[in-house]
Every structure is written in structure tokens, then in C-alpha cells.
Design a protein around this ligand. Sequence first.
Ligand code: ZN
Ligand code: ZN
Length: 334
Amino acid sequence: MRALRITAPNTATVLDRPDPQPGPGDVLIRIERAGLCGTDVALFRGTMPYLADGRTTLPLQPGHEWAGRVVAVGDGVTTATPGDLVTGDTFIGCGHCDRCTSGRHHLCPEHLELGVLGQLDGALAELLVLPERAVHRLPPGVDADLGAMVEPASCSLRGVRLTDPGPDDRVLVWGAGTLGMFAALFAAQTGATVTVAARRESDRGFAAGFGLDTRDPEELGDERFDVIIEATGSSDVTRRLLDNATAGVRIALLGVPSGDAGLPSGTLIARDATVHAVLGGSASIDEAASRFATMPDTVRRLIGTVITLDEVPQVLADGLPRATGAGPKTQIRF
Ligand SMILES: [Zn+2]
Ligand SMILES: [Zn+2]
């Protein structure tokens, strides 16, 4: 099969690798679509925190946003069948510790993260093997293009659920990338009043096209919000999050900063703030996928750029593209 590997900082190549084989309990999938995100760029550039602390090493095969078709299953697999259109969980726990058996396998001390942590080969390849428990069948009406959007949407949905906005709440979402757009759209579905803060005028215009209220960050002034969702990963944003917080604010952190984001603990206490730091969306995968079935056109508009596997090294080197007025997500068509 053909696969993309990051071999050293700022070096990625597409090469032939042996086809993976499904062992007992495993599912073999032919990838149809995959997405690129900031984590993949950070792995390529060598700035991903896991590389700094030695939890991940190069070379690695990235890719954790994907959809594909089951082509074979190993012995004992009962929930996946060849032909199924599926996506999957980035987080794979040991399957038997307290955390794995209580629905918190993303916190398993031995967990792996597909294409990110633990040298588990990711989805930027023609074929992928995953344990059955990490494979999720897509509902009717959700095709592979949309299926590869489920992973980022599940992270945003979890952030929205943890901060629990409602019709009386004002919500501020920082960032109009994929995570920010999904957070804003899911928050708006609760009846809350949602504002998206984005620096670039074209990004604000894009969010406004979905009926969302937008602000240039410099125009926020002393506006106050009950829920604040950080989806930029910028330390500058994190440091100023509380400038626009009500007392009792609920905050979700979705964007991964490359270093210490410097949340001011004294102000957090003064605001009686609740901060949810969101490590993935494992618990929200099926719900995100079933919501997609009710909003397929909305989700499709977030896909802005579609490339081939051979174009990925150049895109990683250049940074993820975002044309004016186009959606934030870059996908790979197989
Ligand atoms: Zn991602
Ligand atoms: Zn475990």
C-alpha cells in the first residue's frame, strides 16, 4: 500500500509499505477520505508537545481523521462486516482497566492515539488496521467525505456538552477553523446566542455565512460571555480568554497550544470559572455522526480543499491552505 510517513522534522514522503493484516479482533479498512489538522502540521514541524516530552518519536505515519470501507475482519469480530462505511476513534485503550471499562479509555494509562501517540500507524495510507472497539459504523446519509469530519466534530461536541450552553447563555467561540465552526454550530443548536471571534475578515465572513454573529477580537471590548470555547490553540488567545468572561464562566479548551498557554489562575478564581480541557471526543463520536445526518450540507461546506496523498508533503510544508470564503478543512481523496 501507499502511505505517508514523517521521517524527520519537516520531512515527509509517500512510500510503499507492506499491507497491514488484521489480527484477531481487528478490522482492515480501505481509506476513502482523510483530513489534515493542526496536529499533523505540528508533528511534521516537530512542535507537537508529545515530541518534546518523548511520548512520540519519528518516523511516524500520521492521520486520525478518516472514513473508509471495511475490507476484511479478523477472528472474533462481530460488529463490523466487509462493505461497512466506517470511521474510528483516535484513542485506543488497553480495553480492560478501570478507565477503559468505564467509558474513559482516552485516559487509559496505556492508551494509544492513532497516528499521533504510541507508533500506531495512522490513516494517511490506503489501508488501516484498528481493533474492532475503535471502529464506528457511519449512519445512513453520512458519506466518506462527511465521515472524515466526525473526529474533529466529536471534539467540538464534547466541548459544547461539557460547558452546557442553553437559551439564556451568550457563547463566545474563538476561531473559525474546523473545531471552532463545529463548536459554534453545535452551541447554536442549543438555543444559545453564539459569537465567533476571528482575526481575519475572510474567516468572519465565512462564519457569518452560517448565520453566526462574528467579531474582530479587537472589537470585543468589555462584552461578557457565559461560555467561552477556545479553538485556536494560540497562547495569546488563552491569556486573554477571561477578559470577556462573566462570573461563573464555563470554558472549554479545544485548541492545542505548542507551549504553556499561561491561564491566569488568580483571575480564574475571581471569576469562579470552570475550565474543561478537552482531550479528544471519543465519547461523542456516534452522536456527532448522527447529527451529521441531519445537517449534511452544512458539514460539507466546511471542506475547503481536497488534495491527493502525493500532495500532502508539500501542503504540510506550506501550512494548511485556506482560500478566502472556503471552508477550513483540508481533505485527502484516495
Ligand atoms: Zn485532528
Ligand atoms: Zn485501559
